[in-house]
Ligand binder design. Structure first.
Ligand SMILES: [Zn+2]
Length: 59
């Protein structure tokens, strides 16, 4: 599972390029990518996203 992403893809909060090491936030419906931990934290707070605990076998 090596999903490649475009480093120029926009941050889901501020639309800046996320770069080669984006901060990801896994939601049930999709994975969000952010340029920095601050953006991730703000987005998570705004949308009440809780990352599912690792190891849930729902695939
Ligand atoms: Zn950002």
């Amino acid at each position: 599972m090596s999903e490649a992403w475009d480093p120029r893809a926009p941050c889901d909060l501020c639309s800046l390029p996320v770069g080669i090491k984006p901060f990801t936030l896994t939601a049930p419906e999709k994975t969000f990518r952010f340029c920095c931990e601050g953006c991730k934290g703000i987005y998570q707070m705004l949308h009440q996203i809780n990352e599912p605990p690792a190891g849930t076998a729902d695939n």
